[in-house]
Design a protein around this ligand. Structure first.
Ligand SMILES: [Zn+2]
Length: 119
């Protein structure tokens, strides 16, 4: 478990609209990626079941899973806290935390937006 390292002293300056929009966009990309990855995995397994006599189908599914893992790592670890530059993807696996565990800056949501994946 990662221990919060919020430093003593004055609280960090709140995020401006641009910084907050960037962080919330990262969270939306996480949701979208999750949906796309789940659909791709379901489609991949269906294809394997449907065409199981085809020799290349299983290696192709394995390659697709590796590609999804690499893409997931890229999406998760590409965004940093605008204040302290710590990786947001290391602070939580999926949903943006209420505040940065490293510097303590808040990540406020706009009236309920982005608390759950949208349909
Ligand atoms: Zn931070």
């Amino acid at each position: 478990m990662m221990k919060p390292r919020i430093p003593a002293g004055p609280p960090p300056k709140p995020l401006d609209e641009t910084e907050l929009a960037r962080v919330l966009a990262w969270q939306r990309r996480m949701y979208v990626f999750y949906g796309v990855a789940m659909a791709a995995i379901a489609g991949g397994f269906y294809t394997v079941l449907r065409f199981q006599e085809t020799a290349w189908i299983r290696p192709a599914l394995a390659l697709m899973l590796v590609a999804l893992m690499a893409a997931g790592a890229y999406v998760q670890f590409r965004e940093r806290c605008p204040r302290c530059q710590s990786l947001l993807g290391r602070q939580s696996r999926f949903v943006l935390a209420a505040k940065c565990k490293s510097c303590g800056v808040g990540f406020p949501r706009r009236d309920g937006e982005d608390h759950a994946p949208r349909a």
